[in-house]
Design a protein around this ligand. Structure first.
Ligand code: P6P
Length: 335
């Protein structure tokens, strides 16, 4: 049983046996993500000092190139996962194609692949708004010992073995699931350890917060327009509160704790919405369902969607179960 203030390392060891696959590798994988997140967190927190550390393209006093933080985060997560020889393949929002990890000594013996959005919402960094890293983990489906193939990455979200995010906010948190509930760990930057601060997080079944970019209202499907008007109507516990940070991880995290719904619908401007299925929607959907929430594209469970492309986009509605059900009702009746 998780106890508050347990460290992430202690938690992983204590729960290793409950993980139905080879536990050692997954534990090492989560540990490597934990390490990379600490390094990225340090850089994200320095971002405000750009006048001191130099803007993108400058070279700092060590003669290192100052990189865009999403490029930096991408390199850090890929290098950490590669150096620890844990995965056989990686896909990233920052990489057009998936990366095959040639583990010479073990000749592709690793069983896991990772898909990652290394720094989601990175445009918010310049205005000091929180951002996040999102990751999704699968077991490969092609034979161990051979180079990974695209089909290893194009698996339904229901096949994920782990998923999570790091939110670089007022504090830095690692929130993840391995299919046995959702737990949140807060980083103590003074000593560089994560402590279990939010054990067994659950979405409230109902909420009074809706998160959507209402600037796109005129371009939304009629069902979404009708649901937004429902949220705004003076009736019962409505109008709801509108909260939209422009950072998926932050909006999701707040809604999971307080109750709420996040929507990035398709629109006449973007026929499949903006968010990516494989490394944004599927991991957040896994977390949502593990926390008794729900995630759909308005009609279909996100984790049942059969992927066709590495960077494909899908409409995304996610949050408190009864709120997502109500939004889906409006989508179906407006058809
Ligand atoms: P818009 C950030 O770019 C992101 O992918 C999500 O984190 C965020 O919720 C959304 O896009 C914001 O997009 O079009 O509303 O600015």
């Amino acid at each position: 049983m998780a106890s508050k203030n347990q460290t992430l390392g202690e938690f992983i060891i204590e729960n290793q046996s409950s993980f139905k696959y080879s536990s050692g590798e997954l534990s090492r994988l989560i540990n490597s993500i934990r390490l990379a997140a600490k390094v990225v967190n340090h850089e994200v927190n320095k971002a405000g000092l750009v006048d001191i550390i130099g803007a993108v393209g400058d070279t700092n006093i060590q003669g290192e190139n100052q990189q865009k933080l999403d490029v930096y985060a991408n390199e850090k997560f890929i290098r950490t996962l590669t150096n620890r020889n844990i995965v056989c393949g990686i896909a990233s929002e920052e990489e057009e194609n998936f990366i095959t990890i040639n583990s010479q000594d073990e000749n592709h013996q690793n069983k896991y692949i990772v898909l990652i959005d290394p720094l989601d919402g990175s445009s918010n960094i310049d205005v000091n708004v929180s951002v996040g890293t999102i990751f999704s983990v699968y077991r490969r489906v092609t034979p161990v010992g051979t180079p990974v193939q695209l089909e290893d990455f194009l698996q339904k979200g229901s096949q994920q073995v782990a998923a999570g995010y790091i939110v670089y906010g007022t504090s830095t948190m690692l929130v993840y699931t391995t299919g046995d509930g959702v737990n949140g760990f807060t980083l103590n930057p003074a000593i560089g350890s994560y402590y279990l601060s939010h054990p067994n997080i659950k979405f409230p079944e109902n909420g009074t917060i809706y998160s959507v970019n209402e600037g796109n209202y005129n371009h939304f499907p009629q069902g979404i327009k009708n649901y937004i008007k429902y949220c705004q109507k003076e009736e019962g516990n409505r109008p709801y509160t509108s909260r939209y940070i422009g950072s998926l991880v932050s909006d999701f995290h707040r809604n999971m704790i307080k109750g709420g719904i996040y929507m990035y619908p398709k629109s006449s401007k973007s026929s499949n919405g903006k968010l990516r299925l494989l490394y944004e929607c599927n991991p957040m959907a896994f977390l949502a369902e593990q926390a008794n929430g729900k995630a759909s594209n308005g009609f279909t469970r996100i984790m049942d969607i059969e992927p066709t492309e590495l960077h494909q986009r899908v409409p995304f509605i996610c949050g408190s179960k009864n709120m997502v059900n109500k939004a889906e009702e409006f989508m179906v009746t407006a058809k």
